[in-house]
Design a protein around this ligand. Sequence first.
Ligand code: MTE
Ligand code: MO
Length: 544
Amino acid sequence: MNDRSAKNASPPGPSPLGLGLDAALAGAIAGAVGIAASELVAGLIPGTPSLVVAVGSFIIAVQPPGAKDLVASLFGTNDKTALNFAVVVVALLVAALAGVLGRRRFENGSGLLVAFGVVAFLAAALQPLSSPLLAAMNAVVATAAGIGALRILLDAAGFIGPVRFVRLRLGRSSSPALPGLQPPAPESYTSRRRFLIRSFEFLMAAIGVGLLGRLLIDRQHPGSAPVSATLPAASEVVPPLTTDESLSASGITPIVVPNGSFYRIDTELLVPQVDASTWQLRVTGMVDHPLTFTYPELLAMPLFEQYVTLACVSNVVGGNLVGNTLWTGAHLKEVLARAGVNSGATQIVGRSVDGFTVGFPTDWALDPAREPMIAVGMNREPLPAEHGYPARLIVPGLFGYVSATKWLSEIELTTREAFDGYWVPLGWAKDGPILTESRIDHPSADARLSTGPVDIDGVAWAPDRGVMGVEVRIDDAPWQAAMVSRPISKATWVQWWLRWQATPGTHTIEIRATDGTGAVQTATEGGPDPSGATGHDRVTVIVS
Ligand SMILES: Nc1nc2c(c(=O)[nH]1)N[C@H]1C(S)=C(S)[C@@H](COP(=O)(O)O)O[C@H]1N2
Ligand SMILES: [Mo]
């Protein structure tokens, strides 16, 4: 009746479903070849965008307002890998469809791959720092490689063009059945085997080339500062920490987090590499004297040091998107004073080279009790690229999303009404003061413990109101005060510790902090959106 039933009727041939699967497999592998080729080109030729990254960035950029939950979890390191992975999987599915379409008319399949290449090109060309020419070049390479592979694989599967001919030829030459042992394999079986071997070879090649490309791409985007970068000594330095400013309980979260373990959150799939020799920081908007700083000019400003705890609004209760470190930088207030802020300028907007933006109240920054900074150093080293090299904002007391602009390129003075930072239209609060939070680091959830003394410890923070105390509760027993490290400043977290005499059974450990104003951390669970997560951290342990 139709093609399908005709095929069904011929007994030795593969089923239509089998044929469809072969075609889909051919398409998916052709897609893998195309993606691998594009990754290699991006890895070999600096400045060429990775198409996978471009499509991922495009998805990040077009997130519809209200996609808060997706967004809340999108930007950790693992989530970046997950997004790249998802882009590849969807691309392979589209390519599989191209294979199915191409088995009857090759042009339909190759047409779909071309369309896909165009989409990838547009996504790449739209990226703020990309070269459209290199993007186009890479999209052409990827599409050509994909179409070439599709042609070869569909041929090998016996679908198109010189198919029958190729099939017969391959079928004969490749089946040197051992004399006397077996009858020659049926032609379709042999050619299918050929096809599967070919597919496997292409798949292995694609994986190898793709991983090599990925490796080269990652090497172009290190998280560290360039090796040539050096940081001048600050003119105002902090004294070494006193012994009571950090607790010595073994395994406790360090009071100062090393650069390599500091959490990273941003919208970039690859760490932006800013050339400090051409980079400039501009101070614009409602000021008397717009200013421009080169990197050497910024480093020549009086630099100071301070410990500040930075936290992410999307951190969940008990989460690790928070860290305390020693920042070095220029006084934002001094830069603003030089520029001469106009009286109506109620908002400070930070802009990044990558287009990311923040906004926070001018009053917050000018409050005599705090010292916001244009940071250039972290733990007395140049800012690592993944934390904003060459310069970023650090504003004590505010969540990163409204303040801590990495790869800072512009500070604009405007009004609160005139502009909303990147995350505000996506459903996060316009104001982002860090909430009072505390976290149990030990014991871990569901730990099995022995009866007797157990160390309970963790960190608590309430920048920049400060932490006054931390209390622990075991089951329904009264709250008891934990030992707390002496706060380095109101802008930093503290460590807390309590020794507990564990008794057999299942127990719940709960924690709460009191901030510098005397306000006790709320037990009401909420967030993280729009203003940060609330509620007490709790772990359940089993003691025997
Ligand atoms: N350019 C840029 N700066 C940014 C972001 C970003 O996506 N792009 N994310 C902000 C957010 S949400 C946080 S929590 C902090 C995290 O800084 P870190 O990665 O150094 O810990 O950076 C802020 N600065
Ligand atoms: Mo964040």
